[in-house]
Design a protein around this ligand. Structure first.
Ligand code: PLP
Length: 373
């Protein structure tokens, strides 16, 4: 029997989290709809220990990230479980550009005196190290949502660790196929599994992956006490989605590279942010630390907010929608959302899906020409 560690990610995404190879067993863990279990077994109540379906997903994500995974009802429930584990008065360093929900949750906690927050440009390593010198938690996200900034994760993870801070990396955009922050010394990886892991825009889920079972124990306890538990159907669907993540990502990432190049040369676009472009400020860093440049990019429409809104209204194949990481290509003008004042008004964030790249390009080109005249 081949040891798991010999297998490549593409294979592990298929083999991990399966029922045992006992004759007659199903290949996939069924949807176990259970809260209550007969007494004296390993699990007596689902919130205390999980069901087979959650555990199958956790096993697969854990193998891919190289740690011990805990599934949650959403990415925000996963993030909240980590934040709740902080002592009162903790100091938290967070990227100035990162998922707005996490920033809002942190700001709410700060407003209630729960912790202190400082926001920093995490593409600026020296500034981040200075801000995090005495931090209790260094929260990292790379590439960031929505500016697609790239942080020096290997250096910042080991810096945080040396300084005694808890280091968390939101790995939603990169997925474990492109980077594995635990291998650089992060304590936790967080995912909105709603996005690339699920991959079909049909579920909400989150995952925390701890470095080892001891690191994940306090987060597992938060889930048990606060009850941010996942549903069985969602866990099943997320695992089913994860099986095709490598092949979806391969396709969408290749298309993202093509679209980024073409958008950069488009008269209706003033700037493209994608680390795969040689001119992008994050290019060298991403090339050094990531196994690919990902499927997320952002571009600024010449003509600003009104033109960007018109472009979003003008697409036919691409979908104007807020979420990302699905098989469908989606776009959104992010500055229209509250709390996004740092974002250029005409910036559109795009999550590239698995449609034919020429259909995507024809649609974007037409919508942009229509919007920018
Ligand atoms: N982290 C990132 C990078 C996200 O983009 C999101 C959602 O958009 C979240 C976390 C929150 O995840 P969820 O919406 O599953 O709660």
């Amino acid at each position: 029997m081949t040891d798991d560690t010999d297998l490549r990610f593409e294979t592990l995404a298929i083999t991990a989290g399966r029922p045992s190879a006992y004759p007659g067993n199903p290949l996939s863990t069924p949807i176990v709809l259970a809260s209550n279990f007969r007494a004296d077994g390993a699990v007596e109540y689902a919130r205390d220990g999980g069901t087979d379906t959650w555990q199958a997903l956790e096993a697969a994500v854990g193998v891919l990230e190289g740690g011990d995974a805990i599934a949650f009802a959403s990415g925000m429930a996963a993030a909240a479980a980590i934040l709740e584990s902080l002592p009162t008065g903790a100091s938290v360093v967070v990227p100035a550009d990162c998922y707005a929900g996490v920033r809002t949750l942190l700001n709410d906690g700060a407003a209630h005196g729960r912790w202190k927050v400082s926001a920093v440009d995490i593409a600026d390593t020296a500034a981040t190290e200075q801000a995090a010198w005495a931090a209790d938690l260094l929260w990292l996200e790379s590439p960031t949502n929505p500016l697609i900034d790239v942080a020096d994760l290997p250096r910042l993870c080991s810096f945080g660790r040396d300084r005694g801070a808890m280091v968390v990396v939101d790995n939603t955009f990169a997925t474990p196929l492109l980077q594995r922050p635990l291998s650089w010394g992060a304590d936790y990886v967080v995912h909105s599994a709603t996005k690339f892991i699920g991959g079909h825009s049909d579920l909400l889920m989150g995952v925390v992956v701890g470095r080892d079972p001891a690191t994940s124990a306090p987060i597992r306890r938060r889930r048990q006490l606060a009850g941010g538990t996942p549903g069985a159907l969602e866990s099943y669907l997320a695992l089913r989605g994860l099986r095709t993540l490598p092949i979806r990502l391969e396709r969408s990432q290749a298309s993202a590279g093509v679209l980024a190049e073409r958008l950069a040369a488009h008269p209706g676009v003033s700037r493209v942010r994608y680390p795969g472009l040689a001119t992008d400020p994050g290019h060298a860093r991403a090339a050094a630390q990531m196994a690919g440049f990902g499927s997320m990019l952002a571009f600024e429409v010449a003509g600003g907010a009104a033109a960007a809104d018109a472009a979003c209204a003008g697409v036919r194949v691409v979908v104007a929608a807020t979420s990302l990481g699905g098989v469908e290509t989606t776009i959104e003008r992010r500055a229209k959302l509250p709390g996004q004042e740092h974002i250029p008004p005409g910036l559109i964030r795009m999550s590239v899906g698995v449609e034919h790249v020429e259909d995507l390009w024809a649609d974007l080109d037409r919508a942009l020409r229509g919007a920018t005249g």
